[in-house]
Design a protein around this ligand. Sequence first.
Ligand code: ASP
Length: 599
Amino acid sequence: MRTDYCGELRSSDVGREVSVCGWVDRRREHGENLAFIDLRDRSGVVQCVVDERHDLRSEYVVRISGTVRPRPQGTVNANLDTGEIELGECIVEVLSEAEPPPFPMHARSEVDENVRLRYRYVDLRGERLQRNLKLRAKVNSAIRSAMESQRFTEIETPMLVASTPEGARDFVVPSRLHPGSFYALPQSPQIFKQLCMVGGIDRYYQIARCLRDEDLRADRQFEFMQLDAEASFVGQEEVMAFISEAVSAATEAVTGSTPNEPIYMSWLDAMERYGSDKPDVRFGLELIELTEVFSGTEAKVFQVECIKGINHKGGASLGRNAIDELTGKCQQWGAKGLAWFRVGTQGTLEGALTKFMSEAEQVALGDAMGAEPGDLLLLIADQRHKVRDVLGLLRLELGRPPISAGGLNFVWVTDFPLFEAIDARGCPVSAHHPFTMPHLDDVAVLMEAAGAGVAAGAGTGAGAGTGAGAVEASKLLGVRSQAYDLVLNGWELGSGSVRIHRRDIQQAVFRTLGISDTEAEKRFGFLLDAFRYGAPPHAGFAFGIDRLVAILAGEENIREVIAFPKTQSGADPLSNSPTAITNHHLDELGLRVLGGANA
Ligand code: ASP
């Protein structure tokens, strides 16, 4: 049907008779019998000079045959790849008529996203999604080659699985053949990739679809794609190198140049300096430790566990309202308040709290923060974790550039704690997932915690023989893990860890997490069993392809790099999912719905 793509014709084609196919983009009438049609396909547009007898409307699908000729002098369009030429003496064949498009194609940003998603097939024709989806395909292809050249084997793992604990809610699928029983859709292929290691696959990878029933955000969809990888007889360094290689290849495929070497930072450093485990290192505003400065303070607000501050350079010009607004935000994030000082022209501090501070304290504060006239010093005083969290958010509020600014800054965050919190039952919660290997020096603490739990619970039935028992919470929260994250421009791209390959350590972790031996046997018995039959030491990682592609495409929202995403509320306005199912279908599955659409 066609000889060429529209957007690829150039001056060098002048004189050729060509046929192009596509959609009518713009149409301009010219005199009585002449119209200019911009014909669009996936490669771009070309101008066709068409006889007015054809009643061509926007988005009609047509085939146009004509001769490539230079545009008349003065009508060359330098902004268009095909701007030097046009197709003349056109013969037009309408392949498909079209109703007027449901939204104006050239004012996309003003159209409600629900409308664009309802008519996604029209939206997909636009330049932005065409570009983003091609970019995405390049990323996938580069990742595949990079993994394969590092001797990884692509293996597909099942979609109907037993639950995998990644910390989110499962999507479940009822079983017709086993009424009352459910499959989970995989939150990740975690357990299967570890079983592949026991199975001697040695190096596994997969561009895997993962499903997690969590609230949606700009960087989160129910289903997302991960490069998932696992390797045997390797440790953290090797895994970070494998993944860096894949990410670098993907970046190079898109940008044409190799990205900067990643930065390595410990979790503690990231938390203390950036107030976040996904440090955005594209800008300053680092958190400055001030606890020492106030060690002998008379000021009540500063008699707390931790004080840190941010020097907002030149911020003294912020008005009272703006500062009050920042204070309000800090309170929303959990702080009691925000202490602030303007730095005056003489370098002296000005602010309501100075009257509670000694002269020496004021000087020491200014020095510690590198204060200069015109700066605004913003301080939070509270428990250490709260100070870090709130200032981390304030830092982003004050300085975060758009996602595409400041180049690509990869950071490997290492030495995560094994547990991130203690839950209401007194059991710790995994920071990563329960298969993460603790730091070997800290295994003894775990064994102690698990042992204490067993003694306390006497090992009978569910709930017994579990919990952290006699070991103090602070000691447990201090247990280090061999887990690591990859961060890009402040977005968490992915995480991984060295895995537990020993049955006794895995059991100790389950017990410490409050998972009884009985429950562990029921949920993960097959994994513990596998460890009986020769498990190699192994480690792995997974990173989100949607997020990587979004950043490479300069998009703040991953929906812009997914062909058919869900809305913020988890619906698909195009196919109308989720939908009710018939009573017959429910009967077959042995289900009854309480409330909701079927009730
Ligand atoms: N399964 C983990 C995740 O999806 C990644 C990993 O540990 O490999 O977050």
